[in-house]
Design a protein. Sequence first.
Length: 426
Amino acid sequence: MKTIPFWIDTADPFPDRSGKPLPEDTDLVVVGGGLTGLSTALHAARKGARVTLVEKGQVGSGASARNGSMCNLGFTIGVRQAIRRYGLERAREIYNSYGKAVDSVEQLVAEESIDCQFRRVGRLGVAYRPAHFAHKQAQQRDLARYFGHETELIGKAELRSEIGSDAYHGALLDPLSAGLHVGRYVRGLADAAERTGVEIHERNAATGVRRGPGGRFQVLTERGVIDAGQVMMATDAYTDTSFPWLRRKQVCVGSFIIVTEPLGEELAREIIPRGRLVVDSKNIGHYFRLTPDNRLMFGGRARFAPSDPTSDKKSGAVLAREMREVFPQLARTEVEYVWGGSVGFAMDRVPHAGQTDDGVYYSMGYAGHGVQMATYMGRVMAEVMDGHPEVNPVRGLAAPRIPLYNGTAWFLPFAGAYYRTLDRIR
């Protein structure tokens, strides 16, 4: 069983962008070579900025190529909860940003000719219990009434046309969500950034940022100091202890994925006949889809533990058992890949982006919607840094403080036990 992400293993090899001399000065330093950082760098360079990106590993080595490779519309809080919290117009603006985010991925793929198999296949939100289906009925009404987003409700009797399992009690279909090959997408975005003039320096972690002369910044890295006019933090769930102020804004939760051996066309179409992206309604739920070569990718929280080779394999065993409970026809199907990663959540479960009191820009907390929102918020933050703060859909929203939290999520096992209990009783 391979412990490298399927999306990296099946993309063209990434070039080595380490060991190059650092520039003494630049207009913008982007810290982090995932989708947020690459998108920010590309869009800022398109505006004529001199951009230097530093990444402690390899581009895409964090969450950006460790995910389910889905671009789904919709945020992770309820429609009416969002309206109560922000008011109707602001809630609509934030919600619409998720649709714009999927559009932004599609646009970049076309503009830069990135061969990443982007397809608007639709997202199927399946109901784990009958009561969850009633919630989806209300969700459908609210999405249409308040946000003008039309979706399709599918009852249990018709669900077999969408998924080859009897584990669920209906579904809500969003036809606009998309799947892609995220490894190819990350590689293509990095190549596009370089073509536009971005300097990418891999295996060179940023270790601090301080104010320099004349209001500029000095970005400290393992290989030297870069003088910069602006700094953008794009490390999200992979922010290390060098930047504790950013770590404390969100909780990082482990997520794990397995990928089966190729299923063949017939079995693949029995499981997910129309190639949808599927997300279930459990608190500790699952997300799954077919890969372009007809494997099943099956992901979820599995265990509330950090990702490492030992933890990944234990989580993979949990996911394999749960996959076969959903799809008994996979009882003898081998699992060929397992890996894990981290997802960043702010306490209010919406992204946060802006500028600190010291003038450093940041974007973080995509709560499982990182492929599209990281891409979109990179473009947004390039506009913000160019003097247009009004384009930021989450402008002015401060991430709520997390009590007794210093950047290490000691409470996650307790939260996991609580949500597992809820899944058993309702």
